[in-house]
Design a protein around this ligand. Sequence first.
Ligand code: DC
Length: 234
Amino acid sequence: MNASSLLTPHSSPEIPVIAIDGPSASGKGTVAALVAKELGFHYLDSGAIYRVTALAALRAGIALDDEAALARLAGHLDVRFDNGEIWLGGEKAGEDVRSEASGNAASRIASLPSLRQALLEFQRSFRTAPGLVADGRDMGSVVFPDATLKIFLTASAGIRAERRYKQLMEKGMHANLSQILQDIQQRDARDSARSVAPLQKFADAHLLDTSTLNIAEAVNEVLAHYRDSVRQAS
Ligand code: DC
């Protein structure tokens, strides 16, 4: 799908959305994907959209603080999600999207208001029947403020660094635990301090701290909250 072709709003209030926001490496992506699978819903990894935009900017040699050029790029991004694969300009983006370099670049460009605006309708276009589970930083606050359920999923920075370290090692990628912890802390600070759509837990979101939970337990908590929300709404 081409972000520039999405000229009409795609907000469909009748289609349920579960918004799962939280910091880097909190496990929200894994939990969100499993919740989506369990419910037969679509899944939106909004961080991947920021990462792939950052990757496209790095490849095109666009400076990460050139807001106008980055917003233009985001508005014409040729990105497609297919069965867990991300395609950028007709080519598989591959593991580059998951690298720490893309994550850090994504966090930098994510602080630019016009870039965020350029990606808004594209993200909303993922809200299709029978429902959507979306993870990111501002899914419940900006992109889907009318979400059926909002979760703020987090874990301590130390635990998140260990999880990310294990993930990278399992993929055979180079990893350094203290560097990862430092990057996570820096990214948390940047994502929380930015003036536009900062990472924060809003009053209408349920806090889910996964420091002492395994993945299955976290998934079950989200599903239980969702069933409660549906029951209360009916
Ligand atoms: O979830 P992630 O680590 O893949 O996200 C990469 C970066 O993108 C993150 O540092 C902040 C940014 N991001 C954002 O600002 N808003 C979102 N909804 C998702 C990600």
